[in-house]
Design a protein around this ligand. Structure first.
Ligand SMILES: [Zn+2]
Length: 120
């Protein structure tokens, strides 16, 4: 019997998308309050009755998120083209090593846009 946990985080980051035409607004340096949502799927610990302690998820995820918070994403190794898609993959590839139950990462660059990686 599996359950899904989701935990929400927020980072403030600057970026520009270097491969867009100069007239595109995202080609210019700008900032986002990115919402990052981590989804974990796993069974209940029979004694504790939960999948994983949210405090432990936060403790493991924070150092990775801090590498991006109040930074220019383009200056982070691996994020030279920091689209939401590539940001979601960058985060998943690092966080999944620390949090094996991590199923996917959602990146919201605005309240109305979401990017999920991976899909399964
Ligand atoms: Zn943007």
């Amino acid at each position: 019997m599996n359950f899904e946990l989701r935990q929400h985080f927020q980072i403030e980051s600057a970026r520009f998308l270097p491969h867009l035409p100069a007239a595109h607004p995202c080609a210019r340096m700008h900032g986002h309050s990115f919402k990052i949502i981590l989804s974990l799927i796993g069974p209940l610990d029979p004694q504790l009755g939960w999948v994983m302690d949210y405090n432990d998820i936060e403790r493991l995820a924070k150092p990775i998120l801090n590498e991006l918070d109040h930074r220019v994403l383009n200056e982070v190794v691996g994020l030279e083209n920091p689209t939401s898609e590539l940001l979601a993959k960058w985060l998943f590839d690092r966080l999944q090593k620390l949090i094996p139950l991590l199923k996917y990462v959602l990146v919201l660059e605005t309240p109305t846009t979401e990017c999920r990686y991976p899909l399964n």
